[in-house]
Design a protein around this ligand. Sequence first.
Ligand code: KE4
Length: 424
Amino acid sequence: MKSDELYSKAKTLMPGGVNSPVRAYKSVGRTPLFIHHAKGSKIYDVDGIEYIDYVCSWGPMILGHAHEKVLNEVKKACDFGLSFGAPTSRENELAELIINNIPSIENVRLVNSGTEAVMSAVRVARGYTGRDKIIKFRGCYHGHSDGMLVKAGSGALTGSRPDSAGVPYDYAKNTFIAEYNDQSSVSRLFEENKDEIACVIVEPVAANMGVVLPEKNFLEFLREITTANGALLIFDEVITGFRLALGGAQEYYKVHPDLTTLGKIVGGGMPLAAYGGRKDIMKVVAPVGDVYQAGTLSGNPVATAAGLTMLRLLVEEKEKGLYEKLEEKGNRIATTIRSIFGQSVWVNQVGSLLSVFFTDVPVKDYESALTADTQKYARYFNAMLDNGIYLAPSQFEAMFVSAAHSDDDIEKTIDALKVVSKQI
Ligand code: KE4
């Protein structure tokens, strides 16, 4: 297998042979596939083997890989130069599309990754409120900035401890951890840190402990308690933005945050992300305000060509029922998995986002997600890959369905599920 050879070489060049840890297939015990190309719903490894792809580059490829119109606009943009470090009209157009489609965004800043979007939004919340402490939820992932790589401290009063080497305790102590879907864990932190919380940041649908849906009124509760305490509510919509609806989870669940972070789909597969929100809040961002944030390649002319084309296509496709069709496909796969695997799995699904947990426990939060049998997931992953289905190499990631997944793809996926269910 050429992947084996390439991986052996890669490991001599890069940490773990990869440029992002999850790609190393550590929890599924297999040599990672090296990808040669992708088109539509398919991905092809360096041995020319075709797979139906449910990773979709971890979310961006909602219309399928290598969409002709996106590629054409990117190729055209390249001929005008790759980067200027100066404003371009396409940034206006992309910013306007984001503002016109994400309900709570009135003003937006383009950046280069979801991590950078989150890091900046949290800094804005601190700058706007003049407060240092923040609340995040156990099991939610918001990129790898220091203040986000933390785990719950010993008690509700103490801040968190670093969850990564290299993160000083001082960077972690202002991040407090609450439990997803547990309103009292949030109330307690607000009571014990009165008037000191700058923001609550949440994945409105958690997708980094596997997919866990917000329970009824959870998001509404977060909206109320942050407003009541003078704290900002940040929706990290790097995954849900433009996926659950054109206006993301905030449109889908009708709860509007103060700040939103976007990534993945908004860049059309190129390194482009964004953060934005209420005008009065975004006024604190340099060069208008005194919260500094900058980037050499922010709003890059080639990346904005990809993002702008992607969003324009989504606006068009929405009128043709894109999101209803994605919900239908996601629901069909989820329902089929439940019928094939029965009580041995719990499936959470919303729209084109789903996760299969190998547990007989309803997965409603981080604790219950942890009951999943990760060894069984590894067997499932490997068996599905051997049957031509490319899934996330971790129990605690999501399955992404795209507009390019055809009925035939789903039929083939169901056939593979039937075979695999007997093997693992
Ligand atoms: P990036 O810095 O990877 O562009 O975005 C960070 C991020 C922020 N917020 C949410 C909700 C996210 O899911 C992510 C990144 N998602 C992971 C997949 N779970 C990216 C894959 C990877 O880390 O290689």
